[in-house]
Design a protein around this ligand. Structure first.
Ligand SMILES: [Zn+2]
Length: 237
């Protein structure tokens, strides 16, 4: 294996690893989006709040209906007493009459309140149904979204496995010392260990290389590094 061959192989390795880096980043993004249930949680929360509000309105209606029932019962009793007590003293009859009138007023008030409460229950029920529908739609959309993300993740993971196979094929041909240098530089130089030389410039740091460095990169019997950014230089033949 000639040194030029080694720099070429390292350049190939770099391309594979850079692709691998973006594939890994994409997998991370997909995992984050797969775990994101904020929209569904918000819709669920909203549906629950509407459901609670409906129950509250239903309780109020029931209370009013119970009150109305008991006042109506009392009114019936007092009316009977008034009817039965026609021969009673005038003052007693007057007081009974007042009581009946007051109860009648209370019945009218409660009947109105029941009607208002019934409307409120209807409105709350409609709002709760709509919120439940929105929550179900959010769940369905979330599930569909996750299915698409899951498919993409499978594809991306298959790409990653292919890159790993390609990588093994290349590293099998590299000298351990080249691999070690590559690994060290990749850690130190932001993931890019190999820089191509084009138009006399190192594409890693974009600086113009001394001509003797370029010559050595072409001819040297060992890997040549950029004097500025230390990356291994690769010159396409
Ligand atoms: Zn450089």
């Amino acid at each position: 294996m000639t040194p030029v061959g080694q720099s070429y192989l390292l350049f190939q390795l770099q391309r594979i690893d850079s692709q691998g880096d973006s594939v890994l980043q994409r997998i991370q993004e997909l995992d984050t989006r797969l775990a994101d249930r904020d929209a569904e949680a918000a819709a669920d929360h909203d549906a629950q709040a509407h459901q609670e509000s409906l129950h509250e309105q239903q309780r109020e209606l029931r209370d009013l209906e119970l009150q109305l029932g008991s006042v109506q019962e009392k009114l019936t009793t007092e009316e009977r007493r008034l009817y039965a007590g026609r021969g009673a003293p005038r003052s007693q009859l007057e007081s009974l009459h007042q009581e009946v009138e007051s109860l009648q007023g209370r019945v009218t008030e409660l009947e109105d309140a029941v009607l208002v409460a019934m409307e409120a229950v209807e409105e709350a029920a409609a709002a709760a149904a709509a919120a439940a529908q929105r929550a179900a739609a959010a769940q369905a959309a979330g599930a569909q979204n996750r299915e698409a993300l899951g498919r993409e993740k499978e594809e991306v993971e298959a790409q990653l496995r292919q890159l790993q196979r390609d990588r093994s094929a290349i590293t099998a041909q590299l000298a351990p010392v080249s691999t070690a240098l590559y690994d060290r530089l990749r850690q130190q130089a932001g993931g890019i260990a190999v820089a191509e030389v084009t138009q006399g410039r190192c594409q890693g740091c974009r600086l113009t290389l001394p001509s003797h460095t370029i010559q050595q990169a072409r001819q040297a019997d060992r890997l040549q590094q950029c004097p500025t950014c230390r990356r291994v230089l690769y010159i396409a033949l």
